[in-house]
Design a protein. Structure first.
Length: 140
């Protein structure tokens, strides 16, 4: 997608704690923190594993696959250039379903999205970040 055609997005501030997540898309990878002690996936990034309280955390590449756990269709025009309707969804990662990302579903009509829909991460670059969205598995 060309920059001129991209809708407006509020971009995150990159830090040492989140850079792996927001730049992994440059390599087509969805990177999430993982506890090196108990192997629990952690998102959003925090300093301590919620599962074992370990502090040995490192970014790892996920499969990039997931399932739509729930969603809503937004009809409110919040920002100029981000025209509704669009889907806001919670996606459970296949790697660990308790790890969920709030994201947009792209690559299909809003009426085609359903709970349980298999999806795969896709990325759009904005400046120095690659925002992870999810598209239907069949569309990727």
């Amino acid at each position: 997608m060309t920059e001129a055609a991209q809708p407006f997005r509020v971009l995150p501030r990159l830090t040492d704690d989140n850079r792996h997540f927001w730049t992994g898309g440059a390599d087509g990878e969805l990177r999430v923190l993982r506890c090196q002690t108990c192997r629990y996936w952690i998102h959003p990034p925090v300093a301590v594993c919620a599962n074992c309280l370990g502090r040995d955390l490192a970014p790892e590449v996920t499969s990039g696959r997931g399932t739509v756990a729930t969603f809503t269709i937004n009809h409110q025009p919040w920002y100029p250039g981000l025209d509704p309707p669009y889907v806001i969804a919670m996606v459970e990662l296949e790697d660990q379903p308790s790890t969920r990302l709030t994201t947009n579903i792209v690559g299909c009509g809003v009426d085609d999205v359903y709970i349980g829909m298999p999806v795969r991460a896709v990325f759009e670059q904005y400046d120095d970040v690659w925002i992870p969205f999810f598209a239907p598995e069949a569309a990727t």
